[in-house]
Design a protein around this ligand. Structure first.
Ligand SMILES: Cc1ncc(COP(=O)(O)O)c(C=O)c1O
Length: 390
């Protein structure tokens, strides 16, 4: 899949967005961080390193399944829903009634927010996946956020101390977005065991398939053991299906029943998307080759960031977060002018940029753009201004 977009497509998208054709204006406002909706770009090509998508597209068998599906897309997709749920259940060693699908894992997370989060207070980390926070805020849930520790890992010791009788949902993102850091499997397991006595624990494993560090483990074991836990995963990342919107949750059936009560539409995952996901799920050699390419491009990126003097948090995902000494939004805007989209963040009193791991070529282009932008704020002395005016 080509992740580049030409200027004409870009401007068309921006113009449609500006007139409200793509999304409602208030939605644009809440998605203010997304440079995609701005139209200031002055370059021929854009490299999208802002959404942690896979630059390698979907496995060829998934593409074929989508094309083949079109002839039968006049039918509702219930059978294929069960087929995908059964495949996931089998691989994870769960009964089939422990799996729920959604239009992206975001839909499953939303079900958790609307069925559990709204009943009390949500406890989570800071920073963490901003869409989860966004949807929890939309649902008017009180949110308690505990800052990551000095190694930028989830501070589970501090978090456990903040669980109260009001806590109805605990959200853990592992690897965490935007830091890319994982939490140690034994620590997380102990945390989940304790926290799940008091509230539903949602563990978001959107980047699970990228992780190779042995200190990491999925918390799906705890679902198998019948705990008060929901694990969410997605086909949007390593499987390359972000645009087709398929995600899933794994939890006890009584928890999933509560999720279903707030689900807008059982058939929210389109037939073609289900067919693609079923095909992609079995494409193990494609997936491991994407994992390998991601690992190599990420290692190259981390080396280059080190060479340029940007401290970077070790990542286990398909993005890296590094510290900058300028206003993060200004720096992202400077990169945007050079045709590269990344995400700015501010936390722990520091400015950061998160860059998705594109192809090797995209990361090279990103590094050369980074070399061109000012690493520190430009001091505008009176002499400087005077010179500019001459
Ligand atoms: C941590 C995390 N969870 C979930 C998602 C969303 O995934 P989906 O496309 O399945 O809704 C993302 C996407 O960026 C993410 O970073």
């Amino acid at each position: 899949m080509d992740t580049r977009m030409n200027r004409r497509q870009w401007l068309k998208g921006s113009a449609a967005a500006a007139t409200g054709l793509l999304v409602a204006p208030e939605f644009i406002a809440c998605r203010r961080q997304s440079a995609f909706f701005r139209s200031s770009l002055e370059t021929e090509e854009i490299i999208l390193l802002d959404n942690n998508e896979s630059p390698y597209g979907m496995p060829p068998e998934a593409r074929e399944a989508v094309l083949d599906s079109l002839a039968r897309a006049n039918r509702y997709p219930h059978k294929n829903y069960s087929e995908l749920a059964a495949l996931i259940a089998e691989k994870e060693g769960l009964p089939e009634d422990h799996v729920i699908l959604g239009a992206g894992s975001t839909e499953v997370m939303n079900m958790a927010i609307l069925s559990y989060g709204v009943k009390g207070e949500i406890l989570t980390a800071d920073p963490t996946y901003f869409d989860f926070i966004f949807y929890a805020e939309q649902a008017k849930c009180p949110i308690l956020r505990v800052q990551v520790n000095e190694r930028y890992e989830l501070d589970l010791d501090a978090m456990i101390g903040r669980i109260s009788k009001d806590t109805s949902l605990v959200y853990i993102c592992n690897p965490n977005n935007p830091t890319g850091a994982i939490v140690n499997k034994d620590k997380l397991r102990a945390f989940c065991e304790e926290a799940s006595e008091k509230a539903l624990v949602v563990v978001d494993e959107a980047y699970h398939e990228y992780v190779e560090d042995e200190a990491y483990a999925s918390m799906v074991d705890l679902v198998r053991e019948g705990m008060n836990i929901a694990v969410t995963r997605t086909f949007s990342k390593i499987y390359g299906l972000a645009g087709l919107r398929v995600g899933y949750g794994m939890a006890r059936p009584d928890i999933l029943k509560n999720f279903e009560r707030v689900q807008m539409n059982f058939a929210s995952v389109a037939y073609s998307s289900l067919r693609a996901a079923i095909a992609a799920y079995g494409a193990s050699s494609f997936i491991s080759s994407v994992r390998g390419k991601n690992r190599a491009a990420r290692a190259y990126l981390e080396r280059e960031l080190d060479r340029l003097g940007y401290p970077c948090i070790p990542s286990q995902a398909n993005f890296s977060l590094f510290q900058v000494r300028r206003d993060s939004k200004e720096m992202a805007a400077d990169l945007e002018k050079r045709g590269i989209l990344v995400r700015p963040f501010d936390f722990a009193g520091k400015s950061w940029l998160r860059v998705s791991i594109g192809t090797g070529g995209e990361i090279q282009a990103f590094i050369s753009a980074l070399e061109q932008v000012q690493p520190v704020p430009t001091l505008r002395s009176p002499t400087h201004l005077a010179l500019e005016e001459i």
